[in-house]
Design a protein around this ligand. Structure first.
Ligand SMILES: C[S@@+](CC[C@H](N)C(=O)[O-])C[C@H]1O[C@@H](n2cnc3c(N)ncnc32)[C@H](O)[C@@H]1O
Length: 348
């Protein structure tokens, strides 16, 4: 039989193959493809490369040395998850990719993406973590177990991912009234560095485990002396050792959510005792929006379930109750960037 040489294309729009609920479920089933694809594209630095100039398929293929099939699949998938757009035969960043995935931009989310991707393999054991209520990776054990392992890549990832929250904190809380800020569990000192840079007379104390402080000291030594001489590094265990009592402000950034209620309460007691009257405790991390709508915090809690024996995100009310029980008053919540909020409490 002879086929007609003219291809007749019916332009009538096809009915949607998948309805709302089916589509929703399909997105859930395949969600891991989206997050892994995001990681790969960020590792290839595709969004930074496309930022100044949208590119044609062949240019992208040659640039990355890809075979046509995977290149097409990659680009189609990135279009389908809303990170690239295809227009005039060129691929370009969508607004999301342009504002958050281009290296060098202030809001570049690469370190957050890396931090979460670090848990990808641990996630294969999510069911065990849920059924057995225990961490399923030892990568983070250095501070959860007294005989815990080495400070691994985790601290590095925390350090990278702290860039934005540390930098922007002063936009949400004015430290001008503070003389000395104690950063409890301050990691490699990103927040202290950000504060002394932004407040020329402020003193800071970085308190963390000795192994972390050792690395912090080495990193801080690369900064100019007039800046770092206002950062005192104090190695210690915040559960066992006394806290420095010379600070009028204590910050706990992404620390309280690592621990169960009893340990958080113990830390709050120590912070309260260490502060002068009028001193403040700032809790800076992800909170549940409300009891009934956990929002992004649900995923951060899953992360904490994978890595910690008792960490979880709390609601503002739960946190405020803990703070009130140890004596803090004037407790307020200030939403900040990304999924972080700041809870400020005062010692009368
Ligand atoms: C989730 S990280 C947050 C680090 C930093 N604040 C940030 O946001 O990037 C928790 C920090 O608490 C520190 N930490 C954990 N247990 C500690 C302890 N017992 N005493 C002092 N610091 C501790 C860890 O070493 C780590 O730096």
């Amino acid at each position: 039989m002879q086929l007609s040489s003219t291809l007749i294309v019916d332009e009538t729009p096809l009915p949607q193959l998948m309805t709302g609920p089916e589509k929703h479920l399909f997105q859930l089933m395949t969600g891991f493809f989206a997050s892994k694809l995001l990681v790969v594209a960020v590792e290839l630095d595709l969004f930074s490369w496309l930022s100044p100039t949208p590119r044609q398929f062949e240019e992208i293929r040659v640039h990355y040395g890809l075979a046509p099939r995977p290149c097409q699949i990659l680009l189609d998938a990135l279009v389908s998850i809303g990170l690239l757009a295809y227009q005039d035969q060129r691929y370009e960043n969508t607004a999301t990719a342009e504002s958050l995935l281009v290296r060098g931009q202030v809001d570049f989310q690469g370190p957050h993406i890396q931090l979460l991707d670090h848990l990808y393999s641990a996630c294969a054991d999510l069911k065990s973590a849920l059924l057995e209520n225990r961490p399923v990776t030892q990568d983070y054990s250095y501070f959860f177990q007294p005989t815990g392992g080495e400070v691994t890549g985790y601290s590095h990832l925390m350090h990278s991912s702290s860039l934005i929250p540390a930098m922007v904190l002063p936009q949400y809380w004015d430290f001008s009234d503070s003389q000395t800020v104690l950063d409890l569990g301050g990691g490699y000192g990103r927040l202290c560095l950000s504060l002394v840079t932004q407040y020329p007379t402020l003193h800071t104390i970085l308190f963390d485990l000795p192994s972390v402080c050792e690395k912090a000291t080495r990193l801080l030594a690369q900064q100019p002396v007039p800046i770092t001489e206002r950062i005192e590094v104090r190695p210690g265990d915040f559960f066992r050792d006394p806290l420095p009592d010379t600070a009028d402000t204590i910050v706990m950034m992404r620390v309280a959510h690592d621990w169960p209620h009893a340990q958080v309460a113990a830390l709050f007691h120590k912070a309260y005792a260490a502060l002068p009257h009028g001193g403040r405790l700032l809790i800076y991390e992800t909170f549940k929006d409300s009891e009934s709508r956990p929002g992004e915090a649900a995923f951060i809690s899953l992360l904490l379930l994978l890595i910690s024996p008792g960490g979880e995100c709390r609601t503002f009310v739960e946190m405020a109750t803990l703070l009130q029980e140890v004596g803090f008053s004037r407790i307020e919540r200030i939403p900040t960037v990304y999924c972080y909020s700041l809870v400020v409490a005062e010692k009368d």
